[in-house]
Design a binder for this molecule. Structure first.
Ligand SMILES: [Zn+2]
Ligand SMILES: [Zn+2]
Ligand SMILES: [Zn+2]
Ligand SMILES: [Zn+2]
Length: 111
């Protein structure tokens, strides 16, 4: 059974509706903005996540400017996601996550 195609909100490519990332632009949340801590859908006007209460305006570790919580910095386009170091997991995590939301392994903290 074919899945409906949906439009990636980042690059407007038509991709399978069950994709967990966009094969065109590499976005890890191609259909909606999601909180990377609790995966609740968030809107760009939100200041804090309605699911977990975390601040959705973060400071980019690369350019130091404030950006909305998304997989790439709005200002310098740097990747804000890190890959879980657990080789059997490899889930993408937001750079400031303390532990992996998929396997629970502690993530390296760089300051
Ligand atoms: Zn895309
Ligand atoms: Zn949240
Ligand atoms: Zn930046
Ligand atoms: Zn993991």
């Amino acid at each position: 059974m074919a899945f409906y195609k949906q439009t990636c909100i980042r690059c407007n490519a038509l991709i399978d509706g069950d994709s967990s990332f966009c094969p065109k632009c590499g976005s890890k949340s191609p259909f909606a903005d999601r909180c990377f801590s609790c995966f609740k859908e968030i809107s760009r006007d939100d200041k804090i996540c309605s699911g977990c209460g975390r601040n959705l305006n973060i400071t980019c570790p690369h350019c130091g400017q404030s950006t909305f919580m998304q997989d790439k910095c709005e200002k310098c386009k740097a990747d804000l996601m890190i890959v879980c170091p657990n080789r059997r997991c490899g889930a993408f995590q937001f750079f400031d996550a303390v532990k992996c939301s998929a396997c629970g392994k502690k993530l390296p903290q760089k300051r």
